[in-house]
Design a protein around this ligand. Structure first.
Ligand SMILES: [Ca+2]
Length: 110
């Protein structure tokens, strides 16, 4: 099997099952292209490419940028908008897992 220089995959020669040899990280490499070769007992062989796409799981915390956030709001002003916090998830998990929640200093959800 070619394309497995990192040793992330292994193949069972008896039945062609492709298995993970160790955990893989989508944030490091999201796609693999492997070349596998099958050979019969008569010495004839064929080669095929196998593409493996790594699906994302939520295993990275979002990162706040431009800290600290300082907003000003007039007392008794209930018009709504106060400010906006900026979070980056572009270098970690996909946007599927983005969700904002607000917590007070005591840790209670707002
Ligand atoms: Ca992830």
């Amino acid at each position: 099997m070619a394309g497995n220089e990192l040793g992330h995959f292994k193949m069972e020669k008896s039945n062609g099952s492709l298995l993970l040899a160790e955990p893989i990280d989508r944030e490091q490499l999201s796609r693999y292209v492997l070349t596998v070769r099958a050979e019969d007992t008569g010495g004839l062989s064929s080669v095929a490419q196998v593409m493996v796409r790594v699906l994302d799981t939520n295993d990275r915390s979002p990162e706040f940028i431009d800290l600290p956030y300082i907003f000003r709001v007039k007392e008794n002003d209930l018009t709504g908008y106060i400010g906006r916090v900026h979070v980056t998830i572009s270098t970690s998990d996909s946007c599927l897992f983005a969700l904002f929640q607000c917590f007070s200093k005591s840790g209670e959800r707002c």
